[in-house]
Design a binder for this molecule. Structure first.
Ligand code: ADP
Ligand code: MG
Length: 333
């Protein structure tokens, strides 16, 4: 298979020009696309937060289940979510693309359009990247630069026994949305939670600015797996209450009985991109009033324990058996 005629006639540099024409350099960009490196300013006293995430066709996305526009949007969203989880403000991003012959120009235009729409919503500037060919899979790799004052950055390692475990929004929607997509559904709340997650940038920044969380992470691998990352970094354990884990009405409508499949999806389903954070008791009043102001729902789902290990208890106080915790690229399905 060879590249479509339009892409061939544009060539690598024509494509880069086409991307550059969608970009207007915003605040802080001294040098954007077009030179050997970009040059950006950082606000006085802030540290740069730098994160990168790669999306590989066949691993992270399937072009028979999602359109280019959603793919472009989501590829930026998942990176913005990592900056949100540090409590930072995203400012700029770099886009690297490895393009196979099966990706025609119309698809790439859609990807860029989706990405730029999300970039505009969150006030981030595309400042550069890299473009090359790929034998048969589309690969998008984005790097986002953000910033925050050193003392406000929220790490995974600060959870302390006794802290509450909190989560924004609802969990399990994205995993269920993906399952429905695979079964042929094409729209609705659950599908859009999978294809178009909203990064909790405003929430992460507000929480960090107020110094509320002791530790924070975004939910990409699944509630239990991501909580385990906080616990590993903080050398602690946690006990969660199943009944307090927030589920959307759309999720509940599909699972009238909370069976094992529903529990597994809520506890281990990935890609919700909500924020999971721990909060000392003394800061709970501050958390309630801040989140009222921000207008984002959140739930208190358990607490951090001195004893290592993660347990989930049902209404009767029985511990649920936990097996698969979340997604791991190198483990067997
Ligand atoms: P070099 O060979 O010096 O690495 P390139 O030809 O790869 O330069 O890139 C030229 C310019 O275009 C650089 O500013 C680079 O950051 C930018 N660029 C390349 N690919 C992309 C892309 N996919 N999106 C945005 N900018 C890009
Ligand atoms: Mg290059």
């Amino acid at each position: 298979m060879s590249y479509d005629a339009k892409l061939k006639s544009l060539g690598e540099f024509g494509l880069i020009d086409r991307i550059a024409r969608c970009v207007t350099n915003g605040a802080g960009v001294a040098l954007g696309i077009g030179d050997d490196a970009a040059a950006v300013a950082c606000s006085t006293g802030n540290l740069s937060l730098i994160t990168t995430d790669m999306l590989v066709e066949g691993v992270h996305f399937d072009l028979s289940l999602c359109d280019g526009f959603s793919l472009g949007k989501k590829s930026l969203s998942v990176n913005l979510s990592d900056i949100a989880a540090m409590g930072g403000t995203p400012r700029h991003f770099l886009l690297s693309m490895a393009i196979p012959p099966s990706s025609n120009l119309a698809l790439l235009d859609d990807v860029i359009r989706g990405m730029m729409q999300r970039a505009t919503e969150f006030g981030v500037n595309l400042i550069g990247g890299d473009t090359c060919s790929s034998p048969d899979r589309l690969v998008l790799s984005l790097t986002v630069l953000g910033e925050q004052l050193p003392e406000k950055i929220v790490r995974r390692s600060g959870a302390v026994p006794g802290d509450n475990v909190c989560v924004t929004g609802t969990v399990g929607d994205s995993a269920l949305g993906l399952q429905l997509l695979k079964k042929g559904e094409r729209d609705g709340f659950l599908i859009s939670r999978h294809l178009d997650p909203t990064p909790r940038v405003r929430e992460g920044r507000a929480l960090a600015d107020e110094g509320i969380p002791s530790a924070m992470i975004d939910l990409s691998d699944g509630l239990l797996a991501d909580l385990q990352h906080i616990l590993d970094s903080s050398s602690a354990g946690a006990r969660l209450r199943l009944a307090d884990i927030p589920l959307s009405p759309h999720f509940l409508a599909r699972f009238p009985a909370m069976d094992n499949e529903a529990r597994a999806m809520a506890l281990s389903g990935g890609e919700d991109y909500e924020l999971l954070f721990t909060v000392p008791h003394s800061r709970m009043p501050g958390l309630y009033s801040l989140m009222r102001e921000v207008g984002t729902p959140f739930a208190v789902i358990g607490s951090v324990t001195e004893t290592k290990g993660l347990s989930v208890v049902d209404n009767e106080g029985n511990e649920l058996p936990l097996r698969k915790k979340g997604f791991d690229h190198f483990s067997e399905p």
